[in-house]
Write a protein that binds this ligand. Structure first.
Ligand SMILES: Cc1cc2nc3c(=O)[nH]c(=O)nc-3n(C[C@H](O)[C@H](O)[C@H](O)COP(=O)(O)OP(=O)(O)OC[C@H]3O[C@@H](n4cnc5c(N)ncnc54)[C@H](O)[C@@H]3O)c2cc1C
Length: 385
């Protein structure tokens, strides 16, 4: 029933930070998008996610700095989403860690990036709550925190203000090609769109199955622990640990990946929380008396190399995948990149998250891999168009 389906220029599939940022940037350029999601930007994510600038390759850091510079103006424009620039420390506890940290900071410094190595004394001066056993830390002044659920909701509300539309909580989504565009069927209704931006790895998997080929995915699970409110203890983000202004700590040590614990497996969950708490106490002894009151689970699907990926699979099919723990950090630049690509057929230069060489094609149903050249898939930013 093509006549009854509502038509849009662009459908953004996925209302997480990346999809909401793409919708906001498109709507501001007067390309009113429709955002479609089986659920809605939720409270399942912790109220404090890291805006983590210092991790990754020099290209990742450069991109994250560019993104972090946008947060204050974004917060002014769309309303508060808990963004604060705290500065971040990646603390070394052993001489070997310190050696790696020094090398990483030197490499970033040589590339002109705002990342520096701090001696043990300087580290403890800046963050007195840290263990005395630190050997120093990598410091980045751009690191911060933001509330991912509030960020996505604010972006969507602002997109609606510029003429966008949303179909949230829509049950299910399936997608098919039709008349040079797309027909998107949901649990409630049907939408047709000339172009589609896939902003969720799970959805990209579905689009790949239904439409063609795309970058390979990996999935993972991670437990984050949130404590009761305690007196101010931390000034910076410290190895992923951060303190909300109201006093809760989010314990999110990057080395602890929880592959096994589920709500059904209480013993594994307790063990995972014990490991998270022990790692946090080891870094910041003052957290020991704080009780964990909430432990959200991040079940994620992301590009196989764990880094953000933004690109175009075909002329009218784009993807914006932020990565499981970088969605917040990168969402302003990802939104702008997608909007530039859709509205002006232009990609930013010099950033390898847009480059084709990173991925091999996974052909739908075949499971085979081959090079993804500009003629077959993700557009090479350096080529322009
Ligand atoms: C415990 C935890 C800790 C986190 N820590 C951080 C952090 O420190 N820093 C950071 O930047 N981020 C962090 N995140 C991630 C981040 O908060 C969220 O994942 C992010 O807001 C959403 O990312 P995304 O836009 O890439 O979308 P995705 O998470 O990939 O999903 C986007 C949307 O797609 C929808 N969707 C999925 N499958 C389907 C489907 N089949 N059909 C229709 N819709 C579908 C989902 O409902 C979702 O709303 C954390 C998340 C959790 C849960």
């Amino acid at each position: 029933m093509p006549d009854r389906a509502r038509g849009y220029e662009v459908a953004v599939l996925g209302a997480g930070c990346a999809g909401a940022a793409a919708a906001y940037a498109l709507a501001r350029r007067r390309i009113a998008p429709v955002v479609v999601d089986t659920s809605r930007p939720d409270g399942a994510v912790p109220a404090s996610a890291a805006v983590a600038v210092q991790s990754g390759t020099p290209a990742d850091i450069r991109l994250a700095v560019r993104s972090a510079e946008r947060f204050p103006e974004l917060q002014d424009a769309i309303g508060g989403f808990g963004y604060r620039r705290t500065g971040g420390l990646t603390v070394a506890l052993t001489d070997a860690d310190a050696e790696m940290g020094r090398a990483r900071a030197a490499q970033a410094g040589a590339a002109g990036l705002p990342v520096a190595w701090l001696s043990r004394e300087e580290t403890l001066r800046r963050e007195p709550g840290l263990t005395e056993h630190t050997a120093g830390a990598v410091y980045c002044g751009y690191d911060g925190v933001a509330d991912p659920g509030a960020l996505a909701r604010r972006l969507l509300a602002a997109a609606l203000g510029f003429g966008g539309a949303t179909h949230l909580d829509c049950g299910y989504i399936s997608i098919a090609r039709q008349n040079g565009g797309f027909r998107i069927r949901t649990g409630r209704d049907e939408i047709v769109a000339r172009r589609v931006v896939v902003a969720s790895m799970e959805l990209l998997g579905m689009a790949v199955r239904q439409l063609g080929a795309g970058p390979p995915a990996r999935s993972g699970r991670r437990r984050v622990a949130v404590t009761e409110r305690i007196a101010p203890l931390l000034r910076h983000t410290v190895n992923g640990i951060r303190q909300h202004p109201s006093g809760e700590l989010v314990l999110d040590p990057p080395a602890l990946v929880d592959e096994g614990a589920t709500a059904e497996n209480a013993r594994a969950l307790v063990e995972a929380l014990r490991r998270i708490a022990a790692a946090a106490v080891c870094l910041v002894p003052g957290v020991e008396p704080a009780r964990i009151i909430h432990a959200p689970l991040l079940v994620s699907a992301e590009p196989a190399d764990g880094r953000p990926a933004v690109g175009r699979l075909e002329d009218d099919l784009y993807f914006a995948l932020a990565g499981a723990d970088r969605a917040v950090t990168y969402c302003p630049v990802i939104g702008d990149a997608i909007a530039d690509a859709v509205s002006r057929n232009r990609w930013p230069d010099g950033l390898d998250i847009w480059a084709p060489g990173r991925f091999a094609v996974v052909a739908a149903g075949a499971g085979t891999a081959g090079g993804l050249g500009p003629d077959r898939g993700v557009q090479d930013s350096s080529q322009g168009s």
